[in-house]
Structure formats: C-alpha cells, structure tokens
Ligand binder design. Structure first.
Ligand code: NAD
Ligand code: TDX
Length: 338
C-alpha cells in the first residue's frame, strides 16, 4: 500500500513548495495537504498538481482536537511533516495569542493524534530563531547544542512546540525529528517577509522599509534546498534527533535589499529606514555539519537563488498582485504607520 504522508501547512510558502516537491518526486506516496487556509494559505499555487491522483487536500485547524483525531483515525497517516504555523515575527509582536494557539496547542494536538495511531515518523519543522541571536563575530554559529533562548513571541511559541515534540519522544517513544532551518526564500513567499516584500515594492517603484540601520544579519536558504533537507531527514534522520538546516549565506538586510534593487535596475533611493522591530535579533547563522554528514548539500548559492526568485516574481505577478491588493493593504498600513 502507498505510504500516506500528512503535510500540515501545505498551502503556505514552505509547506506548499514541499507538497509540490513530494507529489512530483514520489508518485507512489499519497500526499495529504492539511491546512486551515488562513491569510497565509492559498491553494491556487497547486493548480498544476491538484488533479494528480497522489495529491489530496483536507481543510482543518490543527488546534481542533476532534477534527484532527477523526482525520488521523480515518486516514491512518504513516508520516506527519508539520509545517502549519503562524510564521511572521512582526504579527507575533502585535497579536501573540494566535501564535500560542496554533504553534503550541496545534502541535500538541497533532502529537497526540500521531501517538494514538502510531506513526512511522513525526517531523517537526522548526526554526533557527529558537536559539535566540548571535553577536556579529563571524566565527560563531548555532549548533544543535546551542541553548534554546527565543526572543520574540513567535520564536518562543516555536521553541515551546519543539519542547513538546521532544517530550512526546521521551515520554511516549514517539518517533520524531526536529529540523531548525535558517531564513527561507523562493517562489510563493508571502509578501509580508523581507525578500518578497522588497521585490514586490521595488517592482511597483514603492519605498522599501528597512528596520533600524539595516545591519542585522540573516542566513538565507532557497526553499527547495530546505525541502530536500526535510525529505532526507524524514527518510534517513536518526530517531529523536534535531538537525539544523542552513547553507552559509549570511547577508545584512541592507545587502539583500540592495541586491534586489540593483538586479531590477532601480534606484537605492527607494530604501527607507524605519523604526526598528522590537527585540530585533542581531544575527542568525547555522552550522549545518550534522545534516551534511547525513548527505545533504544545498544546490543554490544566495546569488543563483535570488536571481531565480526575482525572475519567478517577474513571471508570476498575478499571484502576488492578487495578494497585495486584498486585506494585505490594511496589514501593511497598520504595520508601517507605527
Ligand atoms: P506560512 O505562513 O507561509 O504558511 C503557514 C501555513 O500554515 C498557511 O498555509 C496557513 O494557512 C497554515 N495554518 C496556519 N494556522 C493553521 C492552523 N491552525 N491549522 C492548519 N493550518 C494552519 O509559513 P512558512 O513560512 O511556509 O513556514 C512554514 C513552517 O516553517 C513554520 O512552522 C515556520 O515556523 C517554519 N520555518 C519557516 C522559515 C521561513 O523562513 N519562512 C524558516 C524556518 C522554519
Ligand atoms: O519590512 C521589513 N523590513 C526589515 O528590515 C521586514 C518585514 C523585515 N525586515 C528585517 C527584519 C529581519 O532582520 O528583515 C529581516 C528578515 O525579516 P523577515 O522576513 O520578517 O524574517 P525573520 O523575522 O528573520 O523570520 C523568518 O525567518 C525565520 C521567518 O519569517 C520565520 O518564520 C522563520 O522562522
């Protein structure tokens, strides 16, 4: 019988890319995309796979205990790859409650359901932000042994969910892996995040808001390299282990924004320095050597990945123009008028 893979959050950015990657790579697996379709979820991205016989969509809230247990009872999933979350740091500063509801309670509900049916593996997709921040010493990196020290309500909710996943492994022997990836970018990235926000605004000749002095550093990874890492961990990861995911692509925010402006042949005058994010982490940088030993290598450098991504946004204006013309307008005005 085909393996049944439950992908939560498969209508979002990374989960959506992962669903497409899996549907195409594994015709013998049944891929179940479970998503609540919040503001960040969108099914139009799956036009090309929605009629494939190995793709299925289930609409549900991961924090709805009854609905989730019924679905697990009906489908008896073999794997759970858990992406669904509230994912934007700025929104967690203005409205933290939903982050606890979805990221913490939702993860616990899924863990319980997975325990009850006895899955082969539960892969929890987490973030390097649970480690807190690094200073600007380029010789320092987050390893899997770095203490958990989250600074934002978003990262605190992700860290809490990581601890629950770990506890279900220790207490109930649930087979798990936790992945902690650096900042992703690529196709279908929601334009509230720095890279798609910059590309969409520069293409419309609008100012790009840069927080503080623009010198904060993020470690960027193309989303397809993240998908390949999760594919590897799901199949080969040692039970109970945490794997950091990152490709050594550290850039200041200003470097990222200037690269996009220059690639699009626009003026750097579009940069507008705005009030800093509260609790803004200085620097993230991943040591991915544990995952590399498992057999993973990224395929994109930042330079090749950002060129591919900019081209994708040029070729897919319909997708992001529809998003930024809706409720997003209210979000943007509120967020940047502070
Ligand atoms: P996203 O915001 O683009 O997508 C989240 C998806 O989850 C959406 O489709 C949304 O509808 C769905 N969702 C939200 N609440 C739900 C609920 N209660 N029930 C069911 N579905 C719900 O997020 P993303 O950027 O694709 O991130 C996916 C995961 O990867 C998150 O867990 C995030 O913490 C993690 N992560 C993200 C990054 C990054 O750079 N974006 C890096 C490392 C880890
Ligand atoms: O308008 C902006 N101006 C700006 O200067 C925005 C939206 C962001 N920034 C800065 C803040 C960060 O230093 O750019 C950097 C990147 O910001 P985001 O795109 O919001 O990402 P970040 O906060 O680093 O978190 C992302 O990576 C880790 C994802 O949103 C998380 O889900 C993931 O866990």
């Amino acid at each position: 019988m085909n393996q049944k893979i439950l992908v939560t959050g498969g209508a979002g950015f990374i989960g959506g890319n992962f669903v497409q990657y899996m549907v195409e790579k594994y015709p013998d697996y049944d891929i179940y995309n479970l998503d609540l379709l919040t503001y960040a979820g969108d099914l139009t991205k799956h036009k090309e796979i929605e009629n494939n016989s190995n793709y299925h969509f289930l609409k549900a809230d991961i924090a709805d205990h009854k609905a989730i247990n019924e679905l697990f009872g009906t489908y008896k999933f073999d794997y759970v790859i858990h992406f669904a979350a509230e994912s934007h740091v700025d929104r967690s500063i203005t409205n933290p409650e939903i982050f606890v509801q979805t990221n913490v309670l939702g993860t616990q509900v899924l863990l319980d359901a997975a325990k009850n049916i006895g899955v082969t593996k539960f892969v929890h997709v987490s973030t390097d932000e649970v480690y807190g921040e690094l200073d600007f010493d380029p010789a320092t990196f987050f390893t899997e042994e770095t203490p958990i020290q989250p600074n934002s309500p978003y990262s605190a909710s992700k860290a809490s969910s990581d601890l629950l996943v770990r506890a279900y492994h220790e207490t109930f022997n649930l087979p798990i892996n936790i992945t902690r990836c650096s900042n992703n970018y690529g196709p279908y990235h929601f334009p509230e995040k720095l890279i798609p926000l910059t590309i969409s605004r520069v293409l419309n000749d609008q100012k790009v808001p840069v927080y503080g002095d623009g010198k904060n550093i993020r470690d960027w990874l193309h989303v397809i390299d993240h998908c390949a890492a999760i594919d590897l961990v799901m199949h080969e990861g040692d039970n109970g282990e945490v794997y950091n995911v990152g490709g050594h692509n550290e850039k200041t925010n200003l470097e990222v924004v200037k690269t996009i402006i220059n690639t699009l042949d626009k003026s750097e005058d579009l940069i507008e320095y705005v009030k800093d994010r509260l609790g803004h982490d200085k620097r993230y940088a991943i040591d991915p050597s544990k995952l590399e030993k498992l057999g993973w290598q990224p395929t994109y450098t930042f330079e090749t990945g950002i060129a591919q991504t900019i081209k994708w946004y040029l070729d897919n204006k319909d997708w992001w123009e529809r998003i930024i013309s809706g409720e997003y307008q209210n979000y943007f005005e509120k967020q940047y008028s502070k």
